[in-house]
Design a binder for this molecule. Structure first.
Ligand SMILES: [Cu+2]
Length: 146
């Protein structure tokens, strides 16, 4: 009787540990959640202006929509007290390459003009070795150029 009970407990422990591992893995590979798309308005002077808040580890908003061929001016505001972040947009095909450091608690302005329509990744590549990069922790977004 006791033997059967022990076997049952062992089985439950095994199932529990397998389930926990499974949940952990799902969390690790789950893609970042992108918020609602934000269409950046074109001001009277033709500049597309928006403010993006940087925190550990997120951009808000993180899904920006702009028009090609018109300058984009982003005000990047860091909410952190210690951790530095950056704001990178890279078109793998080379039409757009932007990188701006944002120190803890600072606000900086970034200006660029996207030329090619497409959807390009936004991310922070800072990392405190051997921890995962901020991008891996969910600090990413996307720029949609229309
Ligand atoms: Cu970062």
């Amino acid at each position: 009787m006791q033997k059967a009970l022990r076997r049952l407990l062992n089985m439950l422990a095994t199932i529990w540990s397998l389930t926990s591992i499974g949940v952990t893995n799902v969390d690790a590979v789950e893609p970042s959640q992108f918020g609602p798309p934000v269409v950046i308005p074109v001001a009277a002077d033709g500049v597309q202006r928006a403010t993006v808040t940087l925190d550990s580890y997120s951009y808000t908003p993180n899904h920006l929509i702009v028009e090609a061929g018109k300058p984009v001016e982003l005000t990047l505001t860091s909410m952190t007290t210690i951790i530095p972040h950056n704001f990178i947009i890279k078109d793998p095909a080379g039409s757009l390459s932007v990188e701006q450091d944002v120190s803890a608690g600072k606000t900086v302005t970034l200006t660029f003009t996207p030329t090619q329509p497409g959807t390009f990744p936004i991310y922070c590549d800072k990392r405190l070795w051997p921890m995962p990069s901020h991008r891996d922790k969910g600090m990413e977004g996307k720029l949609e150029v229309q």
